[in-house]
Design a protein. Structure first.
Length: 75
């Protein structure tokens, strides 16, 4: 099964992200180590006590699990 068969438009998703990227970057603080394009957004968490050089990695999942669900439900 292809993403498109499940109703997922990868090109549209990429276009939407490109359009939003500038606005997203406006929210960055100095703690943002790496943003859009990496595995996840990397944030300096050195204000946490008792940890040596902590980095918080925030991510969202892709469409893979949703495609599997669509296939299982025939949609």
């Amino acid at each position: 099964m292809k993403y498109q068969d499940a109703g997922v438009d990868i090109d549209r998703k990429a276009g939407t992200l490109r359009a939003a990227a500038a606005k997203i970057k406006e929210t960055y603080t100095p703690e943002v180590l790496h943003g859009i394009g990496a595995f996840g957004g990397m944030i300096d968490a050195s204000k946490l006590k008792g940890l040596a050089q902590p980095v918080l990695v925030a991510s969202t999942d892709g469409v893979g699990t949703k495609t599997m669900l669509a296939a299982q439900t025939g949609r």
